[in-house]
Design a binder for this molecule. Structure first.
Ligand SMILES: [Zn+2]
Length: 464
C-alpha cells in the first residue's frame, strides 16, 4: 500500500504498519499522521465525504472485536434447523460462502491457535492436540507451559500495544505471552461446566464499563457442537440441538448489544475451528494387516487416526534412521496399494518432508518423521478389537468439505450481505489486527487479504 491511501485513514494506527515498514522515525510518522488526520477532518465538510465517516459512531469511540468460536461447527450445520440469529449475522454481514478452511491437522488446539496467531501449526508449535516431541521425548497434552506455544497470539499483540484483551476459554489464552499475563478477571480459567449463558453475560457486562475499560478484543469459546458431534456423529438430532443452542447464544449476544445500542458498532466474528465426519468401525485400517510386508510395533505409533503419526525407534545400532524410515514408508505403501489390505486404499503414508506442500506440515522438529493421511471418515487401529461403534471425529485432510467450518463477520468494517470465497483461517489474525489498528506480528497469512474482506477504514457499510 502506498502512502497516498493514508489521507482516507482517520484512525492512525490502522495503517501505520505500512509506514513503519518504511522505517520512518516515530517523530516523522507522528507528523504524517497529524497531516493525514487533518486532511480527513477537512474532507468531512465536503460533499464527497459522505462515504467516509470516522469514529465515533454513536456509542463507541474505538473499534472493538468480539470473536466467537463454536467448536466443531461444520460448514452446513447452519442449515440443520432454524438458526435465525446466525442468519442475521450472515445476511447483514460478510460470509465465507463455502465455509472457513481449517489448517491441517483439523484438530481443535492447532486450529484455535492458528486463528489466534495467523500461523500454521508447524510454525506455532501446537502440531496436534497431544504429541511427543521426537527430539526431547517430552509430551504436550494441552498444557500451559509457554515453551510449547510459539508465535504471537492476538491477545498478546493487543496487550503489547497498550490495548485491553479478554479471553474466555480460547485454547492457548491461559499461556503467559509478552504483556499478556492472563489476568483472572479478563481470562477465566477453563471450566467446561460454566453455562454458555454465563459466558455470554460476562462478555456483555464488559460493555457496561467506562469506554476506556471495555476490552478492544474479546475472544469467546463454546465447546459445542463438537461434544455432541463426537459422541453421536454429525447427523444425530443431538447435534441439531447443539446447533440450535449456539444460535440461541448468538441471539443473546445480538440482543445484549442491541440493548446497549452498539450492535452496529461492535465487530462480531462467528467462526469454528473445524468440521466433523462420521466414523464407523466398518471402515477401519488395521496396522497388523501390513505384517506380511512390514511389522510395525505399537510403540512406534504416537497417534492412529485421523492422523497416523509414527516415530520408529530403530535402536542405537541403526546408523541412518532416515533411510530406514524411507524404507518403512515404501513398504507400508506397497502393502496398502496391494489390494490385499482391507481399506488399504484409504491410507497413504509419507515421510513428513514429502507431504503435499499445501498442508504446510513439515517445518517443525515436533512433527514425527512419518505421517499417514487417512481417508475421510476412516479409522486406523493396530488390530481387530471387536469394537463396533459409530461416532464423529475430525483431524483429517483439510481438503475435505466435512472438515470445513463457518466464518461470518458483522460490524462497521464488514460489508452487508457480502460473500467471499473460502479462505484458510491463518488469514484471520491480520483481519483482526487491521480492524483494531494493531501492528501485526509476522504470519503465514497475506497482508493483502484484509482488502478482500474488510471495507477501508472510515467507509460506512450502509452508504454505497
Ligand atoms: Zn473435537
Amino acid at each position: 500500500m502506498s502512502y497516498n491511501n493514508h489521507h482516507k485513514t482517520f484512525f492512525p494506527m490502522a495503517k501505520s504498519k505500512h509506514v513503519l515498514s518504511l522505517k520512518l522515525s516515530i517523530t516523522l510518522l507522528n507528523l504524517l499522521i497529524v497531516a493525514a488526520t487533518a486532511a480527513v477532518t477537512n474532507g468531512l465538510d465536503t460533499p464527497s465525504s459522505k462515504i467516509w465517516r470516522p469514529w465515533p459512531f454513536k456509542k463507541l469511540n474505538k473499534p472493538v472485536v468480539l470473536m466467537i468460536s463454536s467448536d466443531g461447527f461444520r460448514f452446513g450445520y447452519q442449515f440443520k434447523t432454524d438458526t435465525p440469529n446466525i442468519h442475521l449475522l450472515i445476511s447483514e454481514g460478510t460470509e465465507a460462502k463455502l465455509g472457513l478452511i481449517p489448517v491441517f491437522p483439523t484438530m481443535t488446539f492447532p486450529n484455535h491457535y492458528s486463528i489466534a496467531t495467523g500461523l500454521y501449526p508447524a510454525y506455532h508449535g501446537i502440531i496436534m492436540n497431544k504429541f511427543t516431541d521426537p527430539i526431547t521425548g517430552e509430551t504436550f497434552n494441552k498444557g500451559l507451559d509457554p515453551k510449547w506455544w510459539l508465535g504471537e497470539p492476538l491477545w498478546a499483540t493487543a496487550t503489547n500495544q497498550g490495548r485491553k484483551a479478554l479471553t474466555y476459554f480460547w485454547p492457548g489464552s491461559e499461556v503467559p505471552k509478552g504483556s499478556w499475563t492472563c489476568p483472572k478477571e479478563l481470562c477465566p480459567h477453563f471450566n467446561l461446566s460454566v453455562p454458555f449463558e454465563e459466558r455470554v453475560d460476562t462478555i456483555l457486562n464488559h460493555f457496561d464499563l467506562p469506554e476506556e475499560d471495555i476490552p478492544d478484543l474479546m475472544m469467546l469459546y463454546f465447546n459445542e457442537p463438537d461434544g455432541a458431534g463426537h459422541n453421536y456423529g454429525p447427523d444425530d438430532p443431538r447435534v441439531t440441538q447443539a446447533v440450535a443452542k449456539i444460535d440461541k447464544m448468538i441471539g443473546r449476544i445480538i440482543q445484549g448489544l442491541k440493548k446497549r445500542e452498539i450492535f452496529d458498532e461492535v465487530h462480531v466474528i462467528l467462526l469454528g475451528d473445524h468440521g466433523m465426519v462420521t466414523n464407523c468401525d466398518l471402515k477401519t485400517i488395521y496396522i497388523d494387516d501390513l505384517a506380511d510386508w512390514v511389522k510395525i510395533p505399537a510403540d512406534w505409533i504416537q497417534a492412529y487416526s485421523p492422523v497416523l503419526a509414527m516415530n520408529p525407534n530403530w535402536g542405537k545400532d541403526v546408523k541412518n534412521p532416515g533411510e530406514k524410515n524411507a524404507e518403512l514408508v515404501a513398504k507400508m505403501n506397497e502393502a496398502l496399494t496391494s489390494g490385499k489390505v482391507e481399506n488399504g486404499e484409504f491410507l497413504q503414508v509419507y515421510l513428513k518432508e514429502k507431504l503435499p506442500k499445501r498442508l504446510h506440515y513439515s517445518e517443525s522438529s515436533r512433527i514425527p518423521p512419518i505421517i499417514g493421511m487417512v481417508g475421510e471418515g476412516l479409522i486406523v487401529r493396530q488390530n481387530r478389537t471387536g469394537v463396533h461403534e459409530c461416532y464423529g471425529d475430525h483431524g483429517y485432510d483439510n481438503k475435505y468439505f466435512s472438515m470445513r467450518s463457518i466464518f461470518m463477520g458483522h460490524g462497521p468494517r464488514f460489508r452487508k450481505g457480502k460473500k467471499v470465497p473460502s479462505f484458510e483461517n491463518v488469514q484471520i489474525y491480520n483481519v483482526v489486527a487491521e480492524i483494531l489498528g494493531l501492528q501485526p506480528a509476522p504470519t503465514n497469512g497475506s497482508s493483502l487479504f484484509t482488502r478482500n474482506i474488510l471495507l477501508p477504514f472510515g467507509e460506512t457499510r450502509d452508504v454505497e
